[in-house]
Ligand binder design. Sequence first.
Ligand code: PMP
Length: 397
Amino acid sequence: MSHFAKVGRVPGDPILGLMDAYRLDPNPAKLDLGVGVYKDARGLTPIPHAVKLAEQRLVDTETTKTYVGGHGDAAFGRLLLDLVLGTGNRLEATGRAGATQTPGGTGALRLAAEFITHNLPGRGVWLSDPTWPIHETIFAGAGIKVAHYPYVDATNRLDVDAMLTALEQVPKGDVVLLHACCHNPTGFDLSQDDWRKVLEVVKARELLPLIDFAYQGFGDGLEQDAWAVRLFAEALPELLVTSSCSKNFGLYRERTGALIVCAADAEKLTDVRSQLAFLARNLWSTPPAHGAAVVATILGDASLKAQWVEELESMRKRVADLRRGLVEALQPFGLAERFAHIGEQRGMFSYTGLSPEQVAKLRAEFSVYMVSTGRANVAGLDFSRIDDLAKAIAKVC
Ligand code: PMP
C-alpha cells in the first residue's frame, strides 16, 4: 500500500510562478516588477556593508554555537525594542514590553497566531482586504476565524471611511491586524489622522491590535515609520507587534524578527512571555542565532549603526525617487494625474490601478511582469527603464 497515494498537489505560489515565467522570457528588455524584495540599480538584492562588517566581527569573536534561550538573543531583544518603541521609551523602562526573537516576521506572525488560538480562544482575527496572502493562511492554519475589513474601494484606492465603518462592527475583543507602514500589497498608508481614528475604534470596541511591522525604514524613515506603533503602545495597555529585519537589514534568508508584546504591567508581561516561550518550543524550539547577532552587533555599535542607517536611507530614497520618476514620465502621455497615487504610496509595493487585462497585455507585449491585481514592486524598476515602462503603460491604457 502507498501511504502517500491520496496526497494531492496544491498550486505553487503565484508570484513564484511569475518569477519562473520571467526567467524563461528571452526578451532582453524584460522587466520584473513581481517578487517583493528590494533591488538596486543592477537588479540585485544587496547585503548592506554594515551587515558584512558585523558578520566579519562575529566570525572573529563568536565562541560558541550552543542554543540561544527561548526568547532569543537578549541584546537583540533590547535593541530591537529601542528601534521599534523608541530609545528610552516608558514601556521598556517599566517592564511592560518584551521581544521574543522569531524566525523572521513570518515566525512572529505564526507565534502570535499560536498565542491567540491557545491563550485567547474564540477571538477572530480581522485582516485588511487585500493583505499579504500569508496573513490569510497563517491565522486560518492556526484554527482561527479570519474575517476582513475593506482597505480599498472598487477602483483600488485607499478607503479609510469604509475601513472605519467595518471596524466599528467588529465583535468586542477580536484581534485586528494593521500594517504599520508600507502596506503590502497596496502601498497605501494611513495618515496620522486616520491612525488616531482607528485607535478610537480599537478603544471603543476593546480590540487587540496586532501591528505587522515588516518595512521599518522603507516608508518615511526609521522613526517616522514607527509613529503609529508608538502611538498605540502609549495609548493602550496591551498590544502585539511583529517586527521583521528581513528588508531593512537585507537579512531575508537569515530569518530574523521578533514578536513584541506590550502588557499592562511587568507581572502580566512575564505571564505572557512564559506562554510564548512554551509555544515557540513546540514550533522551532529556539530561534536561529546568526541574523539576530548581526542586528545586535550593528545596533549596539554607534559607527555600524550610522552606516546601516545611511544604507537603509539610500534604499528608501531610491524607491521613493522611482515612484516620483514614473509619475513624471507618465506626464507626456497625459497620465500623471491618473497615476499620481503611485507617487503618494509608500514602500516597495504599489497598487497601480492597472486591470488584470492591462497587466496581461503588459506582459504579452512588453515583457513587463507584475501580479495580476496590478501590484508592482517599484524597487524592481530602474531609472534607466522608467521611460520604457511609462510608454508601455500608456500603450495598454
Ligand atoms: N509581513 C508582511 C506584510 C510582509 O510583506 C512580509 C514579507 N514579505 C512579512 C510580514 C514577513 O517577512 P519575513 O518573514 O521575511 O521577515
